[in-house]
Design a protein around this ligand. Structure first.
Ligand SMILES: Nc1ncnc2c1ncn2[C@@H]1O[C@H](COP(=O)(O)OP(=O)(O)O)[C@@H](O)[C@H]1O
Ligand SMILES: [Mg+2]
Length: 235
């Protein structure tokens, strides 16, 4: 280990994002380091990223994983969420892009070693990201790239699509950003079987609410959406 190179040296790396679970630094050599604040091991996410790269899923290339730090290529570009706020007129195109990413996941066999969602619950053995919302999509120079695979599991693909819808629908946005959100969601949903997405929403809500970090406002918002989902998703 060269001194100052590892672990992240705060003088030579700068914090570019603090996500829900991790701090993300850009290193002086241009590589990106994601470090779990809870000290969770980085290797499982690294292994999945390497696997997905072999199936041409657009994910960052892993350089290495050591302890709770994952070193990978930096994707130069805004998140889809930032792009939606900055350029709301692109909402429909972003909704199509998010739907295309799900189509790509449809084609990937789930790695057999991935945990299974809701053991004992009804079927599904497909690859699920489980957090594929616009904050976890980077719009890089070669197209959209999906990050944050730490919660991935095997299960029914409909649950993954329903989660994308639910997370963005429940996000608390400033009023001026809300029309673009609904345009994105409408365009997204038009590319799937609405009845199937609707049927998967309760399971998606269960996944979303199973995390202890959901704040009361988000819980209330998810509950309201579930009640009204008939109208929104059927609409
Ligand atoms: N390879 C990458 N290149 C550029 N930015 C990244 C990369 N990986 C993560 N980020 C940025 O860091 C944020 C947090 O990373 P993420 O993997 O989503 O962790 P968390 O679980 O904390 O949400 C992302 O939303 C994105 O803005
Ligand atoms: Mg994230």
């Amino acid at each position: 280990m060269a001194s100052g190179e590892w672990p992240v040296d705060a003088d030579r790396a700068h914090l570019i994002a603090s996500g829900k679970d991790a701090d993300v630094f850009l290193r002086a050599d241009g590589l990106l380091v994601k470090r779990s604040r809870a000290g969770a091991p980085a290797e499982p996410e690294a292994e999945l990223l390497r696997y997905l790269g072999r199936f041409d899923v657009p994910v960052p290339r892993v350089v290495r994983a050591e302890g709770s730090e994952l070193v990978m290529d930096y994707v130069a570009g805004p998140t889809m969420a930032a792009e939606l706020s900055a350029h709301p007129w692109r909402a429909a195109g972003l909704g199509r892009a998010l739907a295309r990413l799900h189509r790509q996941l449809d084609r990937v066999p789930a790695p057999p070693w991935l945990r299974r969602l809701g053991e004992g619950r009804r079927g599904g053995d497909r690859l699920l990201h489980l957090d594929l919302h616009p904050g976890n999509v980077l719009l890089g120079p070669a197209g959209p790239v999906v990050v944050d695979w730490a919660n991935a599991a095997r299960g029914e693909r409909g649950v993954d699509v329903a989660l994308s819808w639910l997370v963005l629908a429940a996000a608390r946005l400033r009023p001026r950003h809300r029309p673009a959100r609904w345009t994105l969601l409408h365009t997204f949903l038009a590319r799937f079987d609405r009845a199937a997405v609707r049927a998967a929403l309760p399971a998606a809500a269960e996944v979303r609410l199973s995390s202890p970090d959901r704040d009361p406002a988000e819980r209330a918002s998810v509950a309201r959406l579930l009640e009204r989902m008939g109208e929104r998703v059927a609409g």
